[in-house]
Structures are given as structure tokens and as C-alpha cells.
Design a protein around this ligand. Structure first.
Ligand SMILES: C[S@@+](CC[C@H](N)C(=O)[O-])C[C@H]1O[C@@H](n2cnc3c(N)ncnc32)[C@H](O)[C@@H]1O
Length: 260
């Protein structure tokens, strides 16, 4: 059972539901006031950690078809809806999607909510969207080239992709449980939890509701985008805003790319 990838995928979806239950209790969905401010023109969304995505990254959103990809939770999709976009949001977690439904009903806008796995063929026709917004999530997918190929397929020509990822070196380290102010280098790269964790550690991950996350190299992230037909137009680094890793590095990268 523990060597079966489908088993892990199912567990990962359940884990995200559990994580999200605790996120839900912290009401991470945007507030009504946030929504009103967005309707009045404010465009504040995060893609990676704590930084707000530069306004210049966005095309005018009114009437645009936007895919909030693996982006459930009620944080970004409502802002795009408030700006007049036709929004589709996908996620693997039913609870993250329920949060989207909750905000949409509260604010009275319509949204297309689709339960879909990032690692599979996207359930949309070719050239369906003007913008794809993909917050950090590809670390939960073992192989990411198909994500970039699918983004290129469903985007229109000159469409914009905003995506964020976890730096590869993040996966080398774990907190030093003897002195939690320190990180220790424990894993070699690439890190694949299916292959690199012991059976005991995998069980522990599941018991502790920690999702399995994979490292991906710059070749897979940036090279993969280029291979899929994207042109990178901007990039910035970001952090957690307070975690142990922040003491050592910016763990996240946000990328803007256009489909040629
Ligand atoms: C860091 S959250 C990003 C979304 C959230 N709105 C945010 O900004 O924090 C990662 C999201 O990826 C989703 N996810 C994890 N694995 C996935 C997969 N294989 N397919 C689709 N979504 C997935 C999780 O349920 C979660 O909502």
C-alpha cells in the first residue's frame, strides 16, 4: 500500500482538506471589506509568500477569462471577480473549493468552481483563458512539465501566466529538532518523498497531515516554461514572513510569463 502512488495522491487530497479545515478556522478567505476595496480598484493578491504581486503584472481584468489554478481558499479568485473577470478556480481540495463557494455566495458573484488535479490534463478546451494565476502548488506534483504544457494549451496567444514555486534548495533542509533555531542539511536533490523518505517517515507525514512535497530544479521550472512556449517577463523572490527558513533565505520565486 505505502508504495502505491495513487494511495499517496488520495492521502494528499485528504491532508489538504484537513490543513484547510484549520485554515478555514483562521478565516483566510478575504473579508467583505477586502472585497469592497477590490471592487473600488485595489488589486492586492499574493502569489508566493507575503509580497503583493506588482499591479503592472496584470492586464486589465474586466471581461477577461481568468483561471485561478490550484488556487482555492477564497483569497485570490474573489479579487479577480471583484475586478470584473470571469473566474474559474480549480483545486484538489473540496474544502478549499467550498471556501471559494462561500465567498462567492456572500458577495453575490458567479464563479466556475472545478475540482481538478494539477498533475492531470486540465478539464478545459484549448485557448480558454487570458490569464492563469497559479500560487505555490507545483511542489505537490511529482512531474511538472505537463503543468506548463497544459497552461500553454489552455491560454490564448499573448495570455499571461503568473506562477510561484519553492526553491529547490529548500528541500535539502529540515529543522534541527535538537535546536529549532537551526536548519540541518538532510536530503540530497532532487528530493522525492515517495522515494527518499523511509516507510516510517511517510506514515508520520500522513499521521501529521503534512502533504508530500517534491523538489523541482530550475531546469524543470524555468526551462519547462520556456519549453512549453512561454517567454519570462519578470521574476521576484519572496519569503514566509516569519518562519525558520526566512532566517536563511527567500524560499519562494514568483514568475510572470507570456504565451508566445
Ligand atoms: C499554498 S495553497 C495555494 C492556494 C491559496 N489560495 C493560497 O494562496 O495560499 C496550495 C493549494 O494547492 C492545492 N493542491 C495541492 N495539491 C494539488 C493538486 N495535485 N492539484 C490541485 N491542487 C492541489 C491545495 O489544496 C491548496 O489549495
Amino acid at each position: 500500500m505505502l508504495n502505491n502512488k495513487n494511495y499517496y495522491k488520495k492521502e494528499t487530497a485528504k491532508i489538504w482538506d484537513d490543513i484547510n479545515e484549520c485554515l478555514l478556522s483562521k478565516t483566510t478567505a478575504i473579508s467583505h471589506d477586502d472585497y469592497l476595496r477590490a471592487q473600488a480598484g485595489e488589486l492586492k493578491v499574493s502569489l508566493a509568500g507575503v509580497k503583493i504581486v506588482p499591479k503592472a503584472w496584470f492586464p486589465a481584468l474586466t471581461g477577461k477569462d481568468v483561471l485561478a489554478l490550484a488556487s482555492g481558499g477564497g483569497q485570490q479568485a474573489p479579487i479577480f471577480a471583484a475586478h470584473g473577470a470571469n473566474v474559474t478556480v480549480t483545486d484538489l481540495s473540496g474544502k478549499q473549493l467550498a471556501n471559494e463557494r462561500y465567498v462567492a455566495e456572500r458577495e453575490g458573484y458567479s464563479i466556475n468552481i472545478v475540482k481538478a488535479d494539477l498533475s492531470e490534463i486540465f478539464p478545459f478546451p484549448d485557448h480558454s483563458f487570458d490569464l492563469i494565476f497559479n500560487p505555490i502548488s507545483n511542489c505537490y506534483v511529482e512531474s511538472i512539465q505537463s503543468v506548463w504544457d497544459e497552461c500553454a494549451r489552455v491560454l490564448r496567444k499573448n495570455g499571461v501566466l503568473m506562477m510561484a514555486f519553492v526553491k529547490e534548495e529548500f528541500f535539502m533542509f529540515e529543522p534541527d529538532y535538537k535546536n529549532e533555531d537551526f536548519l540541518i542539511s538532510r536530503h540530497s536533490l532532487p528530493f522525492n518523498p515517495y522515494k527518499d523518505l523511509s516507510e516510517q517517515s511517510k506514515k508520520k507525514f500522513i499521521e501529521e497531515h503534512r502533504p508530500f512535497a517534491f523538489s523541482h530544479s530550475l531546469t524543470e521550472q524555468i526551462g519547462g516554461l520556456i519549453k512549453a512556449g512561454f517567454e519570462i517577463t519578470d521574476i521576484y523572490e519572496d519569503c514566509d514572513g516569519g518562519g525558520l527558513f526566512d532566517k536563511y533565505m527567500n524560499s519562494y520565486v514568483a514568475v510572470r510569463a507570456t504565451r508566445k
